[in-house]
Design a protein around this ligand. Sequence first.
Ligand code: 13P
Length: 287
Amino acid sequence: MLVNAKEMLTKAKAGKYAVGQFNINNLEWTKAVLQTAEELKSPVILGVSAGAGKYMCGFKTVAAMVDAMVESLGITVPVVLHLDHGTYEDCYKCIEAGFSSIMFDGSHYPIEENIAKTKELIAVCAEKNLSLEAEVGAIGGEEDGVIGMGECADPNECKMIADLGVTMLAAGIGNIHGKYPENWAGLSFETLDAIQQKTGEMPLVLHGGTGIPADMIKKAISLGVAKINVNTECQIAFTAAVREYIEAGKDLTGKGFDPRKVLAPGTEAIKATVREKMELFGSVGKA
Ligand code: 13P
C-alpha cells in the first residue's frame, strides 16, 4: 500500500537520517528501487517528474503500475509515490491519479502567489491524506547545455512557507540537478543552518543528490535534511552497464538480444546505486 511521506519523514528527522527519493523512468527502474528498499528494510519515495510521467503514458498508468507492483512483489516497507517538481496543474492530475504525495514547485512564482497556491493545495492534500512538498529558492541545473548555479533560499521565506503547514520543504542551498560543475562552491551549510533554525521540526529536502560528496550529505542530514532526491546517478549507472553489455557483444551471442537480458545489467546497476545511497543516508532497517 502506498503511504504519504509525513510519518516516515518525521521519524527520519528525529532519528537523524534521510529517506531517499529515487526518480523512476520505467518498469525496470521501479522494480529495482522497490526490491532494494524491501531487501534493506528501508522506507522509500518513488519520484515521478512530469517528463517521466508523460513517457510512462501518464500519471494514471504510473500509479496503477506502482500499486500493482507493490502488491505483486510483496513489498512491506512504506512506499510513497511522489510527484517531483509539479506544476499547479500536474499536482491536481496526480491527486486524481492516486499518488500519495506531491511536490508543488512554486519557486518561480512571486512569493505571494507561491503562498496562495501552496495554501490551496495543502487544503486539498489534507482532505485526501496526501503529503505536500514545497520549494523556496530555485534549484539550478543543466538546461540547454548551460549549468545554472544553485540559489540560496531566504530563510524568512522558508519560514513563511513552512508555517503554512507543508509536510516537507525543499530549500535551495547551492545544490543543483545533474552533474556538478568543476568549480561548484559546495552546499551552503550556513544557509541550511539558518533555515533549520527558522523552521524547527520541518523535514528539509535536498534536491540534486547526484554527485554530492558523502561528508556533505552527512553534514546536511545533521542540519535537518530528511529527504534526499537522486535521479541522474541511477541514469548514469544504468546506461554504463547496458553499454558494457553491448560493447562486450553479449547481445550477439545466443539469445542475448532478448530485451530482458539487455536491460538486466542496467537494472542491477540501479539496485547497487540505490543500495549505496540508502546506506549513506542511514535509512537501512528503518522501515
Ligand atoms: P539529481 O538528478 O541531480 O540526482 O537530482 C534529482 C532531483 O533532485 C529530483 O528532484
